[in-house]
Design a protein around this ligand. Structure first.
Ligand code: AMP
Length: 426
């Protein structure tokens, strides 16, 4: 074959798509229960939106974005994350004027040119939540509690939650200096990435995966111990609410988001089933982003989690991911003259909410019966010229092997009485 999918971009094939639908539907149902509404933003945006909002020097902007010029010479970028687009839309459409707090959720593909490995793709999918407009810890809690509930509903009991506070523009500058003073004597021994981050993003050195970096920073001062009063109260309040909501967590001073627009709460859900890429989801408060995008003072908090990683955890744990949708009835024509007539009946059944399939290959009755068995339907409906003349069909119960004639005008009722879960959808 001449063409293949792009490295790091995966096909979701028919045999596995039901698992995706299951985790997506579970998320949608839950989001509605928490009164979040869906937001969909375009797959591409002006490059500057991400370059400005993520910060010129972060990894995503530095090397990971899919950026291209369109024919008019505009620089466009496939979204590497959702938050910047959501806030752009919020500001552009003045959503804040419609209600004091805006709660939105999304399920969308993201694009990052990373080195592909298990749990790390170039096109991957995220679920996410954003609460825009509330500066209070209650909003942070709402995001975290619903995320925890989502994992719990999916049966993922081992998702560990780590929370931290990264302070605000009042207390972070002094802390940053304190951290840099601590790191300076060790600078030449830190990993290259960490050395690079010393000036641009010193907080990120604390969550380095490098063993030596970890050893060198073991006694480093942490932001959570250097918070201003407001940030400290916010952090305590969040812990109180999580405790009341029976969501267990640990405080981990090394969870950072690293970008200047992040404030106060930062958190991560991790799963031991994921190996080195163990982050199931991450989020935090980003009170300064809207201002960076040219909007006003709009406090906000959110989470984003990988769907592929979620599915890996479900698989590793042998957890259910719903069931495949299968037809329950197969319609087989006994002769060519009856095919069109039988197709009309197929359409009637579908209109009445009965999932069914029929032959599209003009096969013999024997081959159609084999196909019905292969599809493991509960009933096969068979009709030829004789049945057509009497306006009835033969209904065969595939499990018991028994069959009976049913008048066409009684067929829907007969089937819906016997088939669990089918209803009149017309
Ligand atoms: P981030 O936006 O980097 O905080 O990522 C949020 C979540 O998205 C992570 O916790 C992962 O579950 C998932 N994720 C991030 N990058 C990738 C990737 N390249 N491939 C698959 N999942 C990813």
């Amino acid at each position: 074959m001449k063409f293949k999918s792009i490295t790091g971009a995966k096909d979701i094939l028919p045999a596995e798509s039901y698992r995706w639908q299951y985790v997506e539907q579970t998320f949608r149902d839950l989001a509605h229960r928490y009164n979040f509404k869906e937001i969909r933003t375009p797959v591409f945006e002006q490059t500057e939106l991400f370059a400005r909002s993520i910060g010129e020097l972060t990894d995503i902007v530095g090397k990971e974005m899919y950026t291209f010029e369109d024919r008019s010479g505009n620089s466009l970028t496939l979204k590497p994350e959702m938050t910047a687009g959501v806030i752009r839309a919020f500001l552009q459409h003045n959503l804040g004027q419609q209600q004091p707090v805006t709660k939105v959720y999304y399920l969308a593909p993201m694009f990052r040119q990373e080195r592909p490995q298990k749990g790390r793709l170039r096109q991957f999918h995220q679920f996410g939540l954003e609460i825009i407009g509330s500066p209070h810890a209650e909003a942070d809690a709402e995001i975290i509690v619903m995320t925890a509930e989502y994992y719990s509903q999916l049966g993922i009991t081992q998702a560990g939650l780590k929370i931290n506070s990264v302070g605000c523009e009042k207390c972070r500058p002094a802390y940053k200096e304190k951290l840099k003073d601590y790191l300076r004597p060790h600078l030449s021994k830190l990993s290259q990435d960490s050395q690079r981050r010393f000036e641009t993003n010193p907080l990120r050195i604390l969550d380095s995966k490098d063993e030596r970096d970890r050893e060198l920073t073991i006694d480093a001062p942490l932001q959570k111990d250097n918070l201003c009063r407001e940030c400290n109260e916010h952090f305590i309040r969040l812990q109180e609410i999580l405790t009341e909501a029976a969501v267990s967590f640990t405080v981990d001073g090394r969870i950072v988001r690293g970008l200047d627009y992040y404030t106060k709460t930062a958190f991560e859900f991790i799963s031991p089933a994921l190996g080195s890429q163990d982050a199931l989801s991450g989020g935090g408060r980003y009170d300064l982003l809207a201002k960076e995008l040219g909007g006003g003072n709009v406090p906000a908090v959110g989470v984003a989690g990988g769907i592929e990683r979620l599915l890996l955890v479900l698989e590793a744990g042998g957890l259910s991911a719903g069931g495949e949708q299968v037809p329950v009835v197969y319609l087989a024509a006994a002769d060519n003259e009856s095919r069109a007539w039988l197709y009309g009946i197929t359409q009637q059944l579908r209109r009445n909410g009965i999932p069914c399939d029929t032959d599209l290959m003009n096969r013999s009755l024997k081959a159609q019966m084999r196909e019905a068995s292969r599809q493991q339907v509960l009933y096969t409906i068979i009709a030829g010229t004789a049945e057509r003349n009497r306006n009835e069909v033969v209904v065969k119960n595939m499990e018991r092997g028994k069959q009976k004639s049913v008048p066409v005008n009684e067929l829907v009722d007969t089937l819906t009485q016997q088939l669990p879960g089918t209803g009149n959808a017309s």
